[in-house]
Design a protein around this ligand. Structure first.
Ligand code: SF4
Length: 399
């Protein structure tokens, strides 16, 4: 592959633009220049364009404008964005990220925040364990007297919530360390370019992919290479219908050359779906506020404020189970059962039976209980609260 470097006459920025000459002959080069407009000069030509050159050039011209892509890259902002982006889409993350870093612009500010406030800003992003670990990380780093993230992959990996992926992302993007980032997007791109039919998540596959990415680093900022691959996977080399005609890696892509890029990587084994059944006790006061309890146990929803929840055996009566959860000191009427609400958390499919229990207000320990409405919860909650509230409200309207 050959390229020309073009410089625009009179341009303030004299960095040359690289232009792919393809298979054009020397005599066709004036035509290439003319196609760029009258104010371009040929800087040099016949320069080999490497795969990394093509990728980085493409990224410079096509990167989406995102709130964490500000220069110079800040390690804290990079960390927050990478943690938020885990299993969450960019358009959901962007507004939360802006709010998060406006409120806590650095590790020191985040360390001083309460966990409830952090979970509240995180509401709607799901996977709240990420928020709790990020908060713990800030406290640990600030508590050790550093206030800044370490510029070292191994040291990053020792911090709460940081695994291989996040350490490589923060290390390369913010500090320029040569660490390949293998998120799902990058794994797909590399599997297709190399036509690898091994499991990209297995350790052998990871080692081979990292070695391939490392070969792109010489002469380029490792963070830019990593981010360009991530962007390519997110916007061009998508899981179905990759836009190969617009791809800077087209010429070296073995998956494309084989005519079946979508067959790489091989499909992953699907995690078995877990079906759960819960009862949600909707204690509603005379002013319409709900009594919420902080979830203190279990692998999911821990730390969030929700109506009291309990597992429901197949034969159990939801109203009886609900009445067994009335806290001491609360005056209640008999419960009424409503239609089930469906809620999904990762591979779990949860059927939640709401039981409305009208009640009189009562003072209960504030560490565990609060009276609230959707949108007014102090601390984090889940979209499950809004769903339950909607079911009860709609039934009240109908009756
Ligand atoms: S050529 Fe197609 S399959 Fe290959 S990396 Fe580009 S978009 Fe993906």
């Amino acid at each position: 592959m050959r390229s020309a470097r073009l410089v625009q006459v009179g341009a303030k920025d004299l960095s040359p633009l690289r232009f792919d000459l393809g298979n054009r002959t020397e005599s066709q080069i004036p035509g290439v220049l003319a196609s760029q407009g009258p104010s371009f000069l040929l800087f040099c030509h016949n320069t080999p364009m490497t795969t990394a050159d093509a990728l980085v050039d493409w990224f410079e011209g096509h990167a989406r404008s995102l709130p964490w892509r500000t220069e110079p890259r800040d390690a804290y902002r990079t960390l927050v964005s990478e943690i938020m982006l885990q299993q969450t889409q960019v358009d959901r993350v962007a507004p939360r990220f802006v709010e998060f870093v406006r409120r806590w612009p650095d590790l020191k500010a985040l360390a001083a925040a309460s966990e409830d406030d952090v979970l509240a800003i995180w509401s709607g992003l799901g996977y709240y364990r990420r928020a709790r670990l990020l908060h713990r990380l800030a406290r640990e780093v600030v508590g050790s007297g550093r206030n800044q993230l370490p510029e070292d992959i191994e040291a990053l990996r020792t911090l709460p919530g940081i695994g291989d992926y996040t350490a490589a992302a923060v290390g390369s993007l913010a500090f320029g360390l040569e660490a390949p980032v293998l998120d799902g997007n990058v794994q797909r791109v590399v599997a297709r370019v190399t036509a690898s039919d091994g499991d990209p998540r297995a350790s052998g596959g990871q080692t081979r992919m990292k070695a391939w990415v490392r070969k792109l680093f010489p002469g380029h900022h490792p963070g830019v290479v990593n981010e360009a691959l991530m962007e390519l996977g997110a916007t061009v080399c998508t899981p179905s219908r990759p836009r190969c005609d617009s791809c800077p890696l087209l010429r070296c892509c073995k998956g494309y050359q084989a005519g079946c890029p979508e067959e790489y990587p091989p499909p992953r084994k699907v995690r078995a779906t877990e079906h759960l059944r819960w009862v949600a006790v909707c204690f509603v006061g005379s002013d319409g506020r709900w009594l919420l309890r902080r979830v203190q146990e279990g692998p999911i929803l821990r730390g969030l404020w929700l109506p009291p929840l309990a597992d429901l055996e197949a034969e159990a009566d939801p109203v009886s189970v609900a009445m067994g959860l009335v806290p001491e000191g609360l005056m209640v009427e008999t419960g009424t059962m409503f239609g089930a609400v469906r809620h999904h958390i990762t591979h779990r499919r949860i059927e939640v039976i709401p039981v409305l229990v009208p009640t009189l207000d009562a003072d209960l320990p504030a560490a565990v209980w609060q009276w609230s409405r959707p949108g007014e919860v102090l601390g984090g909650t889940s979209s499950l609260f809004e769903k339950l509230h909607k079911v009860i409200r709609n039934n009240e309207k109908d009756s």
